[in-house]
Design a protein around this ligand. Structure first.
Ligand SMILES: NC(=O)c1ccc[n+]([C@@H]2O[C@H](COP(=O)([O-])OP(=O)(O)OC[C@H]3O[C@@H](n4cnc5c(N)ncnc54)[C@H](OP(=O)(O)O)[C@@H]3O)[C@@H](O)[C@H]2O)c1
Length: 248
């Protein structure tokens, strides 16, 4: 795979899965715009790491849930590099609890970042990619957006929403040669999952056919494929990367 001369934006690109995606796209030759919200030091360190590989990267703070900040992220990238070839909507949060205890703000916040944030970035990049008549949008959902999960009514609703958004946008942009797909990770070892007890983790592993938790690099490899010309005939798809938990 060769992404030389491609310009990629990765939201939440400084930590966890986003970090692995940023590093992978850069190692394949892309210039990467690393969006962060609170992890400024991690973002700056990652830019240095990518530059030390002889590649180009740039980091930018933006709350993707905010319409104007998301617009500014996309517009700044276009001003600086003249185009956007790849957008990875990876930023996401959880605020887990049973619905009986969940506060309205906990529902709204998760929907705002995970679903509205994805829509905001898709909305602002669509004009540019349509004009280019080329582009790849990869939205990070989750297998729980397909199968549901106890304690995650807000998160699962947001991730299911990302799937509907993606399929609709894939239909809207297909004539402009823009591919829009979902990657649905299973259980991946990151900050988001580090607080789960060993008992719960072992229970998950028992239910994973491949017998291990996923690593951020597992997701980054699939995102790289969907960012490259090798996936030019794939759009509107939900591709699970979960060790086989969900099989249709
Ligand atoms: N880990 C898993 O098992 C798993 C499974 C399925 C799906 N996913 C999805 O994978 C994605 C990455 O998660 P992760 O596991 O790598 O967790 P993570 O390390 O907590 O990463 C989440 C990222 O989202 C960013 N973010 C949060 N709110 C934001 C906002 N308002 N604006 C911009 N960026 C924001 C964070 O940036 P800052 O640190 O700068 O605030 C952080 O880089 C998420 O969409 C998550 O739902 C994860």
């Amino acid at each position: 795979m060769d992404l030389t001369n491609k310009i990629a934006i990765v939201t939440g690109g400084a930590t966890g899965i986003g970090r692995a995606i940023s590093l992978n796209l850069a190692s394949l030759g892309a210039t990467v715009v690393i969006n962060y919200h609170s992890s400024s030091q991690k973002a700056e360190n990652l830019v240095e790491e990518i530059k030390s590989m002889g590649k180009e990267a740039f980091c930018m703070k933006a709350n993707v849930a905010n319409f104007s900040e998301a617009k500014n992220l996309i517009d700044t990238t276009i001003d600086k590099y003249g185009k956007v070839d790849i957008l990875v909507n990876n930023a996401g949060i959880t605020m887990d609890t049973l619905i009986l205890r969940m506060k309205e703000e906990e529902f709204d916040k998760v929907i705002d970042v995970n679903l509205k944030g994805t829509w905001n970035c898709c909305k602002h990049v669509s004009k540019q990619m349509s004009k280019q008549r080329a582009g790849k949008i990869i939205n990070i959902s989750s297998i729980v957006g397909i199968i549901g999960n106890v304690g995650q009514t807000n998160y699962c609703a947001s991730k299911a929403g990302v799937i509907g958004l993606t399929k609709s946008l894939a239909r809207e942009l297909a004539k402009r040669n823009v591919c829009v797909n979902v990657v649905a990770p299973g259980f991946i070892e990151t900050k988001m999952t580090e607080n789960l007890s060993d008992n719960i983790k072992n229970e998950y592993i028992r239910n994973i056919p491949l017998g291990r938790l996923g690593q951020p690099e597992d997701i980054a490899n699939l995102v790289a494929f969907l960012s490259s010309h090798l996936s030019n005939y794939i759009t509107g798809q939900v591709i699970n990367c979960d060790g086989g938990i969900v099989m249709y």
